[in-house]
Design a protein around this ligand. Structure first.
Ligand SMILES: [Zn+2]
Length: 354
C-alpha cells in the first residue's frame, strides 16, 4: 500500500517529495501576516518524523545555516520517514536580531503555552499543535548568548535511552546530562516522551565554520543512527565520540572591571587554575578568577568589560581530565581533513591545536 501524504496546516506533501509550508502565526502592526516557514521532506518509506529547529532565540542564527545545509544533503533523496525543518522558530526575534519576542519574553520559557495567553504562549501553543504533535524526535539548535561563545556541545536528559542514543550519535565533543528548564521546548517535548536533544555552539549573531560544520554533521549522524538516511559507504562507524559531563558550572566575575582572559575555549582546567584576571582601568585592584572545578571550558565571554556577578566562563565538570582530553582530541581530528588551515586558526581554540 502506498504511503499516505504528510499533512500540515491543510497542505498535503506526497511521499518522495518536499514542500515549504507557511504556518501563519501573527500579524505585524501593519496587519502584514507573519508565518513560520517549514520545509517538509516526506520520504517514500515509513520511519521517524524528525523536527530540526533553529532560532527559537531569534538572534541564535547559526541554527538557520545548519538547517539550510542539511536540506541540501543529497542523502535526503532516499529519506525514510519525514524531516520537518524549521529554520526560524522565533520570527519576531530573528527580524529584530534579538533573543526575545516583542513583549520581551523568552519563547523558550513559554511552553506549553495557550491559545489565549501572552504572545509567546500563543506562539508556543501554535508550535505544539501545528508541528510538535506530528513529530517523534527533535533536534533543537542554539548558540551562546551575545558575546558568549559556546564550544559545540549537546545538552540532553540521558535517562531517556532514545535521547541518549541521539545525543551520542550527534558526536559533539561534550554531552552535558542537563536537567530540563521549565517552559522550554525541550522540557515540553520530554513531558510528551518525545526524545529531544539541544545542540549549542558558537555565539549569537555570528557564523562560525567549525560550529556550523559540527552541527550539520551531527544532524546527519542522528539521521543515520535513526536509519532515516543510509550509512556512508566505506566509513567505519566509530560509536563513542563524545564525553559525558554530569554537570557544568558558570564562573562569575567577583569584581567589576576589565577582563583579560587566560583560559581558552576547549581547554582543560584544574580546580583552582587561573581562568582570567579582572582589573580596574589603572590596574590597582586586580582579582584572579579561578576555576571552581576540574573540567573543560565550554563557553567564554568575549566581551572584556564585566560587571560583578557576570558569567564569564562555563566549565563542564570532569573529575577525570583524561576523558575531557579524549573528547577534544576526537573533535579536532574530525575536522582536520575538512576545515582548511586558513579557517582553523581563526577560532578561539586554535592555540590548543599546537
Ligand atoms: Zn538559545
Amino acid at each position: 500500500m502506498a504511503r499516505a501524504p504528510f499533512e500540515m496546516a491543510g497542505v498535503q506533501v506526497k511521499p518522495g517529495t518536499r514542500q515549504t509550508i507557511e504556518i501563519p502565526i501573527a500579524k505585524l502592526y501593519t496587519h502584514t501576516p507573519l508565518h513560520i516557514p517549514v520545509e517538509i521532506v516526506h520520504g517514500r518509506r515509513d520511519g521517524p518524523v524528525l523536527m530540526v529547529c533553529g532560532a527559537i532565540h531569534g538572534d541564535e542564527i547559526a541554527g538557520v545555516e545548519i538547517v539550510r545545509r542539511v536540506l541540501t544533503n543529497s542523502a535526503l533523496r532516499n529519506l525514510r520517514g519525514t524531516l520537518i525543518a524549521v529554520p526560524i522558530v522565533n520570527i519576531f526575534g530573528f527580524v529584530h536580531r534579538t533573543r526575545y519576542l516583542p513583549d520581551r519574553r523568552d519563547l523558550n520559557r513559554c511552553f506549553p503555552g495557550s491559545e489565549r495567553g501572552s504572545l509567546g504562549g500563543r506562539i508556543a501553543y501554535l508550535l505544539r499543535t501545528q508541528i510538535m504533535e506530528h513529530v517523534t524526535h527533535i533536534i533543537d539548535l542554539h548558540t551562546g548568548a551575545i558575546h558568549r561563545f559556546n564550544l559545540p556541545q549537546v545538552r540532553a536528559e540521558l535517562k531517556n535511552p532514545e535521547t541518549a542514543r541521539m545525543a551520542e550519535a550527534f558526536a559533539a565533543p561534550v554531552i552535558i546530562d542537563a536537567g530540563l528548564r521549565d517552559g522550554s521546548l525541550r522540557a515540553y517535548a520530554d513531558s510528551l516522551d518525545i526524545p529531544v536533544i539541544t545542540y549549542e555552539g558558537g555565539e549569537a549573531l555570528r557564523f562560525d565554520d567549525v560550529v556550523i560544520g559540527s552541527g550539520v554533521k551531527g544532524v546527519m549522524r542522528v539521521m543515520r543512527e535513526l536509519e532515516m538516511v543510509p550509512p556512508r559507504k566505506g566509513r567505519s562507524t566509530v560509536k563513542k565520540r563524545s564525553e559525558i559531563a554530569a554537570s557544568s558550572q558558570w564562573v562569575r566575575a567577583e569584581i567589576d572591571g576589565i577582563m583579560r582572559p587566560v583560559a581558552k575555549l576547549g581547554q582543560k582546567v584544574r580546580k583552582g587554575q587561573k581562568l582570567a584576571m579582572v582589573a580596574d582601568p589603572f590596574g590597582e585592584s586586580e582579582t584572579a578568577i579561578v576555576s571552581p572545578c576540574s573540567g573543560i571550558v565550554i563557553c567564554v565571554n568575549n566581551l572584556p568589560l564585566v560587571n560583578e556577578g557576570e558569567a564569564i566562563y562555563h566549565i563542564a565538570r570532569f573529575d577525570e581530565l583524561n576523558e575531557a582530553e579524549k573528547a577534544m582530541d576526537y573533535f579536532r581530528s574530525s575536522f582536520e581533513t575538512e576545515v582548511s588551515e586558513a579557517v582553523v586558526p581563526m577560532h578561539p581554540w586554535d592555540e590548543l591545536q599546537k
